[in-house]
Ligand binder design. Structure first.
Ligand code: HEM
Length: 200
């Protein structure tokens, strides 16, 4: 399972999860809040794959991590779909609540910026648009975008863990993924010798 087929399969799976969540949680305020939480969690789990693909490939070379790295773009696009479903859930909640919908200005600013970066990353995920942007700008956009998304997830999970310890594993996963990136970077730059190939 590679490339476009992977994105199509992931999209079908995500739509199925979304449909099941709507039908089990309902479309009242409580149900839609649950839907925003479910979509955020699913999209976080998908986010971890493109975020750590090149690190796990470098640190743990195997056919599975090679597949992950080769399909990093498809995994990123699948995450994009998942996070758009978080956006859809928020939009449904805002429609239901009307003027009573409240979001902290910092959430709107930080989250809105994350969505802008996400759309820009998705639009530049074809060979043609990536070439149009140029390698240096493409790298900057994707690096900043992924770290910004990581920051929002990590921040949310840490803050939520303070009141609900059930969120601790999600916070730990965020920092574990960051740790993998740091370890892979060290492995790459330590003594100037690469310990494993990064390319598929
Ligand atoms: C303007 C943009 C956004 C708005 C208005 C928004 C709004 C919301 C709302 C209403 C909830 C449910 C809160 C509740 O009632 O429990 C939520 C949960 C959450 N959102 Fe977003 N969000 C936005 C963007 C993002 C982005 C970009 C990310 C991640 C990169 C994100 C990650 C999360 C997380 C981690 C949760 C908590 C899920 C849980 O409690 O399990 N959100 N968001």
């Amino acid at each position: 399972m590679n490339g476009a087929r992977l994105v199509a399969t992931a999209t079908l799976g995500l739509l199925a999860i979304f449909g099941i969540a709507v039908s089990t949680c309902g479309t009242d305020e409580e149900g839609l809040r649950a839907l925003t939480r479910i979509t955020a969690r699913v999209s976080f789990l998908l986010f971890l794959a493109p975020y750590s693909a090149s690190s796990v490939r470098r640190l743990f070379p195997s056919p599975a991590t090679r597949w992950m790295l080769r399909n990093r773009r498809a995994l990123g696009l699948s995450f994009f779909v998942a996070h758009m479903l978080h956006g859809l859930a928020i939009w449904m909640l805002a429609l239901l609540l009307g003027d009573a919908f409240e979001a902290h200005p910092i959430t709107v600013l930080a989250g809105g910026m994350a969505y802008l970066l996400l759309v820009a990353m998705a639009l530049t995920s074809t060979d043609r648009t990536a070439a149009w942007l140029g390698a240096r700008r493409w790298n900057a956009l994707h690096r900043i975008g992924m770290h910004w998304l990581w920051f929002i997830f990590a921040y949310d999970w840490v803050v939520l863990s303070l009141s609900s310890p059930g969120y601790l594993p999600l916070a730990a996963l965020s920092f574990g993924a960051l740790g993998l990136r740091i370890a892979a970077r060290r492995a790459r730059t330590g003594n100037g010798v690469a310990v494993a190939p990064t390319a598929a």
